[in-house]
Unconditional design. Sequence first.
Length: 169
Amino acid sequence: MRARTERFIESLMYASRWLLAPLYLGMSLTLLALLIKFVQEIIHMAPLILEMSDNNLILSVLTLIDMALVGGLIVMVMLSGYENFVSRLDLKESDEKLGWLGKMDSGSLKTKVSASIVAISAIHLLKVFMNADDIEDNKLMLYCLIHLTFVVSAFGMGYLDKMSSGKKI
């Protein structure tokens, strides 16, 4: 009786991983929302390109790059998270299959997410520096400290991932 109860509880806990599937599916909706904002930014920017200053054009392009990085981050978390925690993706071997799919465990996913956050933070920091004349010095320092916190965290996560995987550091 006890063994059957234990098996039932374990089976139920294991099956509960499917509760994550709607979350990963929902991430595709956030990707759609990001695409809509991306297109909106391009439509807003297109008629103004000839009148824009170099700085404003660069800031607009950085915004688009930022959105593309966030989109890539969403795809990475959505697909590898689903594959790591819910179920293998049964995709036919083809030219369209992503090279990293099936090779990223939760540790390397965290490292890649951290690196993406650092890249996104760097773009925001660059935007801030391009408008540095309009921003108070103490806020500039705060933005730099926040970015450095992301950088140190990413290095720390990468270091811990290497230590836990047994690779030489």
